[in-house]
Design a protein around this ligand. Structure first.
Ligand SMILES: C[S@@+](CC[C@H](N)C(=O)[O-])C[C@H]1O[C@@H](n2cnc3c(N)ncnc32)[C@H](O)[C@@H]1O
Length: 275
């Protein structure tokens, strides 16, 4: 480095410091910037690490990935590439009874499409307030209304008593098991619920055990393919994703119905069933 004793701007625009006392602050500045740059790199590195997989939590289960970078509407747990949505709290149960559902979800059309029989034993999994359990109870022998929130089941028990409905049994599920009788269910319905299951793989494996050989599994999910449907992204699913997740537990599509205004209605059966 060139150091001259007099301070003057040289013709090519380079500044030259005139004496050793000027050199000290310059070196100090250089060091300061070096340290600041080093700290920025270190902090950015740690920040980036935060957004990658946390290997220690990955050991939680072979089917899932936990990611620290995830949607605010999700739980940070991913299954077959899909982030699982947060459970809709029982505090919002009135939302399930909103009058506009009759137009946006056409529940009567949905139930008609299921072709229920009077002898059927039906499970409504993620039943909420029983928006579908009650109309189905008019058509079948028995409805098992299953949910992980006791407050939701409390609402169903209350309404069943008020309306003298005797063929709905409420079941408190765990996160991994719907706790249904084995080999007994003709049809298991999940409306706007499956995407919230925190352990979908285990839950569905246990559900399959509860099905009769020709039992059907029905998923109704808002179409994620359509960005104009005003529902949070994680509370919608693509048809492809649903099919992928059902195939993983040996369920094959029997009928895909796309006549509801905003939802896929997808009916599955065990591979090899005669239905
Ligand atoms: C958006 S609500 C839909 C309720 C109802 N199916 C309806 O259409 O009105 C989703 C429900 O699924 C329930 N749920 C979430 N995870 C569940 C699980 N692993 N097993 C059973 N129910 C679950 C929630 O407690 C909630 O009541």
């Amino acid at each position: 480095m060139l150091i001259k004793t007099d301070f003057f701007p040289v013709p090519d625009g380079e500044f030259i410091f005139s004496s050793p006392p000027f050199l000290i602050p310059m070196l100090f500045k250089q060091k300061f910037f070096l340290i600041v740059s080093f700290l920025i790199v270190v902090f950015c590195g740690f920040g980036l690490l935060n957004f990658t997989y946390d290997a220690s939590v990955l050991a939680q289960g072979e089917y899932y990935q936990i990611r620290s970078l995830h949607s605010r509407d999700g739980i940070g747990k991913f299954y077959l590439g899909r982030e699982i949505a947060k459970v809709m709290g029982h505090q919002e149960m009135l939302w399930l009874e909103r009058p506009s559902r009759r137009f946006t979800e056409k529940p009567d059309d949905l139930i008609t499409a299921l072709h229920l029989k009077p002898t059927d034993l039906v499970a409504d999994i993620g039943a909420g307030t029983g928006y579908f359990s009650f109309p189905m109870a008019n058509l079948v022998e028995q409805v098992f209304a299953v949910d992980v929130q006791p407050e939701m089941l409390g609402a169903i028990d209350f309404l069943a008593k008020e309306n003298q409905v005797k063929n709905i049994t409420t079941i408190l599920a765990t996160e991994t098991d719907p706790k249904l009788p084995i080999n007994a269910i003709d049809l298991a319905l999940m409306v706007d619920a499956y995407h919230e299951f925190s352990s979908p793989r285990e839950m569905m494996e246990n559900l399959v055990k509860s099905l009769k050989p020709d039992g059907r599994v029905v998923l109704v999910e808002y179409r994620r393919e359509n960005p104009l449907i005003p529902i949070k992204a994680l509370h919608k699913m693509t048809r492809r994703q649903v099919e992928k997740e059902m195939a993983a537990i040996g369920l094959l599509p029997e009928e895909i119905i796309e006549t509801l205004p905003q939802q896929h209605l997808m009916i599955f059966q065990k591979a090899g069933s005669s239905g």
